[in-house]
Design a protein around this ligand. Sequence first.
Ligand code: F6P
Length: 341
Amino acid sequence: MRVGVLTGGGDCPGLNAVIRAVVRQGERVHGDTFVGFRNGWRGALDDVAIELSIANTRGMLHRGGTMLGTSRDTPLRTPDGVEILRATLGRRGIDALIAIGGEGTLSVARILSDQGVPIVGVPKTIDNDIDATDVTFGFQTAVQIATDAIDRLHTTAESHDRVMVVEVMGRHTGWIALYAGMAGGADVILVPERPFDIDEVCERLRQRHARASFSIVVVAEGSFPRPGTIDAPEYDLDESGRPRLGGISNVVRREVERRTGFESRVTILGHVQRGGTPNAHDRVLATRLGVAAIDAVHAGRLGTMPALRGTKIELVTLHEATDRLKTIDPDLYETAEIFFG
Ligand code: F6P
């Protein structure tokens, strides 16, 4: 078969490992040839692509980013986009497309699949918010980067008797904040699933500072205050019309310092959480998902996505994967709360 591959949405450690695995399994086991579209759906619309082979995907396992480039463009936002995409696939003799992406890319893949475009998805995101898979690749790497940063902030916080407010990624869900916060011994963790009350945050910090001289507050970028408490920041929109998040930690820092008198500082980790080499877990998961995706194409299981369920990779439908976001586990948050303050 001739198979197209693209990576869409924000990049994520492990994307190259998926591409390598798809091509390795496809070429060796199924005798496939591959077309890699540049910059996500954009490359499929503009027909900008490279041939992928075992030779040119060699050495990619540990490399961060995506060798294909990525974007947040979609055929659904382009006039006649679906027809243009079909024409590209037809012209290039492509039998099926493997779309590696997060909630945005997979939702588009689901709609295209419903319209008869032959697609298999692969779930990626550091945010870990895709339902129907236990975990996404990139998440563990991001959590480790954030945890390492929190460890380092601990020593400087302690030296200066400060409150350190650390902002991590997590647009709709607080998985990175919760895991890195727990691993890093955070005194407060703020997540988008639970709008925060700044008075409660300050009260926890006062309790903590009755016994200790410093504290760590971990804030997911998508967190926001409970209505009627304090104002949320106003965000610009990015190219795809989504709020360009980043900065809620400045609001938290300012209010904490004003209300408690504790000297406070902010660290926004930003894209450092997405860059660089995937950890061992994410390389293995990405590899397994890549192999399962090309096998799914050959099994005729279009409109599906390989997912990690327990220790097994299973196919789920793109509908199951995108019907809703996977929000944080309330029980896990309650466990984290035991260590607050
Ligand atoms: O979706 C993954 C993510 O890293 C979010 O956590 C974050 O809000 C967003 O991407 C940032 O994307 P961009 O690369 O467009 O700044």
